[in-house]
Design a protein around this ligand. Structure first.
Ligand code: TXA
Ligand code: MG
Length: 325
């Protein structure tokens, strides 16, 4: 397993990693959201390798990552005008669009559906590797299924160490929350996963969309779990303190500057949703490592898109155990 540093990467390193992908090996690449575990979509053993490395359920399809806007037409067909508009406005960037699959994309990666999810990451090294590989490249968050996505090299090594051929170390990633997923085949288009790109920003370009996470593949599986009971609490700090006063054997997920007499980990500034997005998964992984049986989590208070995306993930960590005080 070889580790390349993104900031020092050379053209011959890019060719080397692209050749590994063409040969069916698994590689981890940074994106602007979370680290992606990538493989050649045309090699069934490579695609199987992703499912094995992540212990991912077979009913959850994989996203084809593209290195250039024009690749949209290679991998999708009958593309609606609204998808062109979104791609022009938001690619490269944290938007994944579900479209009709072209014949170049194997059925296997879409769990048998006639669709394909496409995303062009806003990361130059990732795009260069994908373009150099030439074949369609699928990628998925490089975590064990059910766990928080990786946003640092340490997370990648924890989950994928020894299971992949190469890792590109892009440092601590910029956004920390995965892309927004939208199905462009329904009318109106349907948001399947809230993410780093806000729904309002999308609506400004293509008009109203609907939100129905329950129609997303694998929505019934556990996501972002930390292996212990978790409760998401929306309240003032004062009410939160009252709520936890009679509890025992727990830790707290809190905001910067807050202090508790029990183990507590901050995920960012209370009024700074981008810091919460960047810090969320690292904080959840730290909480997972603590020897407590429960975690009480401070809920983001903002009404912006990132706060909503962070809250949606914490709801999953909490298995919908939500309290408003
Ligand atoms: O930011 C991201 O999207 C990251 C980076 C690595 O690009 N990727 C990522 O991949 O989060 P993954 O596999 O963890 O999540 C992709 C989501 C899943 O919820 C999957 O069900 C959905 O996209 N998806 C993929 N293909 C689909 C399809 N054909 N139809 C509907 N949903 C699809
Ligand atoms: Mg994932």
């Amino acid at each position: 397993m070889e580790i390349f540093k993104a900031e020092l990467i050379t053209s011959s390193d890019i060719s080397d990693i692209a050749a590994r992908l063409r040969a069916g090996e698994l590689c981890v690449v940074p994106t602007e959201t979370v680290y992606g575990l990538a493989a050649n979509a045309l090699i069934p053993e490579a695609v199987d390798g992703i499912f094995k490395a992540k212990n991912r359920p077979n009913d959850n399809p994989l996203t084809v990552h593209i290195g250039a806007q024009s690749d949209m037409e290679r991998f999708a067909r009958d593309i609606p005008d609204s998808a062109y508009l979104l791609s022009q406005k938001f690619w490269p960037g944290p938007l994944t669009m579900v479209l009709l699959r072209s014949d170049l994309v194997p059925e296997k990666i879409s769990a048998g559906a006639p669709t394909v999810a496409l995303r062009m990451p806003d990361n130059e090294v990732a795009c260069r590797i994908i373009t150099a590989a030439g074949d369609p490249i699928v990628a998925t968050s490089a975590n064990i299924s059910g766990s928080p996505s990786p946003t640092t090299l340490a997370h990648v090594l924890d989950d994928m160490g020894g299971k992949v051929s190469a890792i590109v170390d892009g440092g601590d990633l910029e956004l920390g929350i995965e892309s927004t997923v939208i199905n462009m085949l329904t009318n109106p288009p349907r948001i399947l996963r809230l993410g780093s790109l806000g729904v309002e920003e999308i609506e400004r370009v293509i008009g109203p969309v609907e939100f129905d996470e329950s129609s997303a593949p694998a929505s019934a599986h556990r996501h972002y779990s930390i292996g212990k009971r978790a409760v998401l609490i929306k309240s003032s700090l004062e009410k939160f303190n009252e709520y936890i006063a009679d509890k025992s054997d727990f830790a707290v997920l809190c905001f910067d500057g807050e202090s508790f007499s029990v183990p507590h980990i901050s995920y960012g500034g209370r009024d700074d949703s981008s810091s919460l997005g960047r810090g969320l998964f690292a904080a959840l992984r730290e909480l997972e490592g603590l020897e407590v049986s429960a975690v009480f989590m401070r809920c983001p208070e903002g009404d912006d898109a990132l706060s909503a995306a962070v809250k949606a993930r914490l709801m999953k960590t909490a298995d919908n155990n939500f309290v408003e005080l």
